[in-house]
Design a protein around this ligand. Structure first.
Ligand SMILES: Cc1ncc(C[n+]2csc(CCOP(=O)(O)OP(=O)(O)O)c2C)c(N)n1
Ligand SMILES: [Mg+2]
Length: 581
């Protein structure tokens, strides 16, 4: 088997060379005193004297983790993040939470305070080295990662790194956590020998159980009113066409519920929109596809006799403490393989063609009605300010090219964007740890430099996203993301939740309830200017198309980032109606 031997000055240098050998392109770093030997080794790499991933200086940990998340979405390639001991880890936990719930592999790592109080290379040299030590640093993230370990010595380096990477990449994939004590990083093994290429393959993803597929196919073929509810499918864009064919061929109505990706084109003949509420009472067989929450039990009435089939890599979402959706049949395994197997099995069964025709007609009617409704809304909101998010989505849809990417950490109404191709939409994950969007957009742009990336954020989400660090990285790494802020001067979702529970209460009688209003609103367009970007405030609907053109000129021609701070409306009645659907 092929081996490599490298002369190295430190374990840090060996570690970085090994990561580069294993296909880690970038190390998203937020450094501290624990990084001394890492920085020394990265410096050697920049002088051409060793190998290492490309370091990216990210001045907030949550942005760093979100960048690794976004880069994976663009490329399918797992990346590394390294943070400063316990305190840096604490700042990165929210990003890890988002990544783990969306099954994104990341080598999440941090230094460890020196163990020795003196007498060893790398031993404690600053007062913080005492207080920063924890009894169990990994305890902070253990619930969220699939595996964690602290590197003990140079001899175990290859085995531990490969184990971390292969476990993270094995489905259901997730972040892993590796801590790197300063003394261990500083050890000088002289040279290191490792297998190259790696001999630590991740496990191949299991396929579905054949009997379960036959049973599910029988249930779906017999159904009069089947319903497919899908939430997190299409992370791999290539999975989408076969799903589209499957649902079209067997006339299976599909609801894309809280979509994380582009899972089915808006103009697909069986696309039934984004809310399952209206269809659940009559559904007789419900197939949930990577849908952690296929409906809300307290809001939606579900036909009590409906059979429910849950399909996914981990269809019971075993890392969720509570999840009681009915499940008559669960099929674990690669969901794309399960869809293909279901299509095969159903192809051999007799289908009720009359029922299928009726479903096709219902879907076509519903689509025509929805499209008509959207046209009417767009006409109504084309002038004046503050403007409706629907108008922003519509205008954005008009300027987006087919391959442009959109990251949305906002209430942007997706249907108003128009039809999008697979791999072009990325929505907030189910844990909704705010602050993901700006970093994810940067990571996507880094992984897809030839494509335009739009990032749409609520005003609250934009601030959670650490705009100063994010705009700094955009400038330093030449990642000209175009950001649209839906600025309703409020944590609107929090107000909506308050009024949902207390519709006639005190908060409902106030326009600006406590802990929800973000006023006076900052001039967000000025933050990006501090990093050399283009910034503009947009107050009226009729000004948005031209403002978008100016922003895109900055991005496309001047190759610099842009932010449009768009004043949007918030309406209690509308918010409450939305919340009840
Ligand atoms: C890290 C984190 N903190 C707090 C929340 C709770 N939260 C959910 S939505 C929301 C407000 C978001 O505001 P904004 O981005 O302006 O969107 P809007 O609701 O106004 O459309 C908050 C604070 C969260 N999801 N994540
Ligand atoms: Mg807001």
């Amino acid at each position: 088997m092929a081996q490599k031997t490298l002369k190295v000055d430190s374990v840090a240098e060996a570690y970085l060379a090994l990561l580069a050998d294993r296909g880690i392109d970038y190390l998203f770093g937020n450094a501290g005193t624990d990084f001394a030997t890492i920085i020394e080794a990265l410096s050697k790499a920049q002088l051409g004297e060793s190998n290492a991933p490309i370091p990216v200086t990210v001045p907030h940990e949550n942005v760093a983790v979100s960048m690794a998340h976004g880069y994976f979405l663009a490329t399918g390639r797992m990346q590394a993040v390294m943070l400063h001991v316990s305190v840096g880890t604490a700042n990165g936990v929210c990003g890890v939470f988002n990544a783990t719930r969306e099954r994104i592999p990341i080598l999440f790592s941090a230094g460890r305070t020196p163990i020795n109080e003196d007498g060893a290379d790398g031993a404690r040299s600053i007062y913080i080295h005492w207080a920063q030590e924890m009894f169990d640093q990994a305890g902070m993230v253990r619930e969220l990662v699939k595996w964690d370990y602290e590197l003990r010595n140079a001899r175990q380096l290859e085995s531990i790194v490969d184990r971390a990477l292969s476990i993270a990449r094995t489905a259901p994939s997730a972040p892993v956590y590796l801590t790197l004590p300063r003394e261990v990083l500083a050890e000088n093994p002289g040279e290191i020998t490792f297998q190259s290429p790696s001999r630590a393959a991740p496990a191949a993803t299991p396929g579905p159980n054949a009997d379960a597929v036959v049973e599910a196919a029988g249930m779906l073929a017999k159904a009069k009113n089947p319903l497919v509810i899908v939430s997190s499918y299409g992370q791999r864009p290539d999975d989408v066409p076969a799903f589209a064919d499957f649902t079209e061929k067997f006339a299976l109505p599909v609801v894309c519920y809280r979509p994380r990706y582009m899972m089915l084109a808006l103009d697909h003949p069986m696309h039934m929109g984004f809310e399952p509420g209206g269809l659940l009472p009559d559904a007789d067989v419900i197939l949930t596809l990577e849908a952690d929450v296929p409906w809300i039990p307290s809001l939606h009435q579900v036909n009590p006799d409906a059979k429910v089939i849950q399909v996914g890599i981990d269809p019971l979402f075993s890392r969720y403490p509570t999840r009681g959706f009915p499940c008559d049949l669960a099929i674990a395994g690669d969901p794309a393989v399960t869809i293909a197997a279901l299509a095969d099995a159903m192809g051999g069964l007799k289908s009720d063609t009359q029922a299928m025709d009726a479903r096709r007609k219902r879907a076509a009617d519903a689509q025509a009605k929805a499209a008509e409704g959207r046209r009417a809304v767009i006409e109504r909101c084309a002038t004046g300010g503050p403007m409706q998010p629907t108008w922003v989505a519509h205008c954005l849809g008009q300027v987006m090219g087919d391959d442009d990417i959109l990251v949305s950490e906002s209430q942007l109404p997706v249907p108003f964007l128009g039809a999008r191709k697979p791999g072009t939409f990325f929505g907030t994950g189910p844990a909704a740890g705010l602050g993901w969007g700006p970093g994810a957009a940067l990571g996507l742009q880094l992984g897809a430099r030839d494509r335009r990336v739009f990032s749409v954020a609520g005003d609250g989400s934009y601030m959670f996203g650490n705009p100063t660090p994010a705009h700094f990285v955009s400038a330093s790494m030449e990642l000209p993301v175009c950001t649209l802020i839906l600025n309703n001067r409020m944590w609107g979702s929090v107000r909506k939740a308050t009024l949902g529970m207390h519709p006639d209460g005190a908060a409902a009688r106030m326009n600006r309830s406590p802990l929800t209003a973000i006023e006076p609103t900052p001039n967000y367009e000025m933050i990006v200017q501090a990093s050399g970007g283009y910034g503009e405030k947009v107050e009226n609907a009729e000004d948005l198309p031209a403002a978008l053109e100016r922003a895109l000129k900055a991005v496309d021609v001047e190759k610099r980032q842009a932010v449009l701070n768009i004043m949007t409306a918030y309406d209690d009645a509308q918010a409450l109606a939305d919340a009840k659907r």
